[in-house]
Write a protein that binds this ligand. Structure first.
Ligand code: BYC
Length: 341
């Protein structure tokens, strides 16, 4: 998008939106109004907002909040699965799991990179994660008790993530949308590996099948919570949808996910732990039972089963990596000094 380029870098583009150069004082309230109008028109026309473009402060801070939370989820999300790398049951499973966990680190990097285009540095965002000022997804505060949890995470957690993230590929902010395209491709591989892992267990011995069922029983409800609070309690949905950051509401995406999972569970030969699950002919969707929103609130407050452990481990990893960051900075400074001389 070029029409809302801010005046310092983009000249008179904003004023032109108001009827030609000179229509408004650069930087004055009229110019600001013209920029806002051009921004609104670009969003309405489904154009992409790019880093150089003018954008309302609240749009910028909403994006930073959501992208940061997403990036944090990716790197904290490495922990529950990494717990099983040393105990994967075969070399093949170990190689696949290592690749998946590395992919999550890569997703974190794309997303921190997208947040940097909005003026939020990675250091600042990590500080906010480490001292609890920014959130990460509730789902990663649950423990991975058995090998089948790796399958359940792939099938359900990555499945929920894809359902949520595919529409984000059409997000109005260019760098976030483009990062999501690549992330979604990798997430769909992750989802398939989880499904295939669970299928192998479900078709295995009685004990393996029971382990798969137990994992699905524990991960189903927390996966539904990944989509966020119900629409009537979602603080940001309406504005984010108006800005075309989010394309669907939390409840719409949650329903879409349930509709996808029911036939998949049947194909796996596993049961979803919800006695109220039934097809609603009139709605053309699966009805499902009540979600325990008190559990969700507690997890968000830091009282989930693994909140403390996840953050402690993240802070330790960050401290242990300090020498790498220092060495990289010293290396970059040396090269900059050399090229300057
Ligand atoms: N957990 O107004 P709402 C992955 C917060 S990782 C924690 O509906 P919004 C993967 C919300 O932030 C996938 N917090 O908010 C990695 C807000 O609090 P603040 C992670 C939640 O932003 C490794 C408040 O509740 N995906 O794929 O409009 C291995 C009110 O909510 C949660 C993303 O992050 C939650 N579940 O909508 C495997 C996707 N839900 O910020 C897989 C990008 C809500 O006001 N994010 N909150 O303090 C989004 O799409 C949106 O941010 C949400 C929430 C749908 C999550």
């Amino acid at each position: 998008m070029t029409s809302v380029t801010s005046p310092p870098r983009g000249g008179t583009a904003g004023a032109e939106a108001h009827g030609g150069p000179g229509a408004a004082e650069p930087g004055g309230p009229e110019a600001e109004g013209a920029l806002q109008e051009a921004f609104d028109a670009a969003v309405a026309a489904d154009e992409r907002i790019e880093p150089r473009d003018w954008m309302p402060d609240a749009y910028r801070s909403t994006l930073i909040r959501q992208i940061a939370q997403h990036a944090h989820s990716e790197i904290i999300g490495m922990q529950p699965e990494a717990n099983w790398i040393t105990r994967a049951p075969s070399l093949r499973r170990k190689a696949i799991l290592m690749a998946k966990v590395q992919d999550e680190a890569g997703h974190g990097l794309y997303l921190y990179g997208a947040a940097e285009t909005l003026g939020a540095s990675r250091e600042e965002l990590l500080d906010k994660l480490h001292d609890g000022r920014q959130k990460y997804s509730s789902i990663f505060n649950y423990p991975t008790l058995t090998w089948a949890d790796v399958g359940a995470i792939g099938w359900l957690v990555d499945g929920a993530a894809i359902t949520n993230q595919v529409p984000l590929c059409r997000c109005s902010y260019g760098p976030y949308a483009r990062a999501m395209v690549r992330i979604c491709k990798e997430e769909s591989f992750h989802q398939r590996q989880g499904y295939e892992l669970l299928l192998a267990l479900a078709r295995g011995t009685e004990a393996q099948c029971a382990m798969a069922q137990d994992a699905v029983d524990r991960w189903w409800w927390p996966s539904l919570m990944m989509f966020g609070p119900p629409d009537d309690e979602s603080a940001h949905s309406a504005q984010s949808m108006a800005w075309k950051i989010k394309r669907h509401s939390n409840d719409e995406l949650r329903q879409r996910f349930v509709d996808i999972c029911v036939p998949q569970a049947e194909a796996l030969g596993l049961t979803l732990p919800d006695p109220d699950l039934r097809w609603n002919e009139e709605r053309g969707h699966w009805d499902f039972g009540a979600i325990d929103w008190e559990e969700f609130r507690q997890v968000l407050k830091g009282n989930g089963p693994c909140n403390e452990q996840r953050l402690r481990r993240r802070r330790t990893a960050h401290e242990n990596g300090a020498w790498v960051r220092e060495a990289a900075a010293a290396h970059a400074a040396k090269h900059a000094a050399r090229s300057a001389s």
